[in-house]
Design a protein around this ligand. Structure first.
Ligand code: HEM
Length: 184
């Protein structure tokens, strides 16, 4: 997993829970890298899971909640760091529909060793989109947070439902998005 993901996670932790918490979770996680992350370096994704586990122990918040919140935060950072992916994109469905065919393709050019998930899309009816997430890494909660961040960013009334496809292992999930109709 790229260092940028770790540095963003530690920044979010510092903003929300303070520098002491960052120091504490790094110490308790006893990481092989020593948490000396550079944005372009590559580190074992299990280090992130250890850090989140320690943050959960320190704050009493459940791991899935923390990972989802991180996904939302990360989406906000992506909007600042990668404006070109947002040029001419008018809706959350538009944006999310391009992750597999465009965004992560460009990410792969920037970071050839990135570990990226796969998405399959289905459009079951008007105002509906299903995205099936599959990965070697158990980061479906991160995907959920990123999707929520995207919905928030475009400010559209979209409901998100999730179906676990691997008995809760976090590596295969179908996300169903439904555009709510305006109330009359
Ligand atoms: C501007 C938009 C985006 C950019 C620049 C971007 C970039 C990245 C980068 C750099 C990684 C790390 C790869 C690695 O650590 O090796 C990543 C991973 C990931 N991305 Fe994206 N991404 C974007 C949008 C999204 C969105 C909207 C989703 C929502 C579903 C998503 C889902 C994921 C997930 C879940 C991972 C973690 C790795 C995995 O699950 O296998 N990305 N992305």
């Amino acid at each position: 997993m790229k260092g940028i993901v770790f540095t963003e996670f530690l920044e979010m932790t510092e903003d929300r829970f303070g520098a002491d918490t960052v120091e504490r979770i790094i110490e308790e996680s006893a990481l092989p890298s020593g948490a000396a992350y550079t944005t372009v370096g590559t580190y074992d994704h299990r280090e992130l899971l250890r850090l989140v586990g320690q943050l959960s122990a320190a704050t009493g918040l459940p791991v899935p909640t923390l990972v989802r919140t991180f996904g939302q935060h990360l989406f906000g950072r992506f909007t600042q760091a990668y404006p070109k992916f947002f040029n001419g994109v008018g809706s959350a469905f538009d944006f999310l529909g391009k992750i597999e065919s465009y965004i992560h393709v460009e990410v792969r050019k920037l970071y050839p060793d990135a570990e990226l998930p796969h998405f399959e899309y289905q459009y079951p009816g008007p105002g509906r989109m299903d995205m099936t997430y599959r990965s070697r890494c158990p980061f479906s909660d991160l995907a959920e947070g990123l999707i929520l961040g995207c919905i928030e960013y475009f400010g559209q009334p979209i409901e998100l439902a999730r179906t676990n496809l691997d008995e809760g292992g976090g590596t295969a999930v179908r996300f169903s998005l439904t555009q709510r109709l305006p109330q009359r």
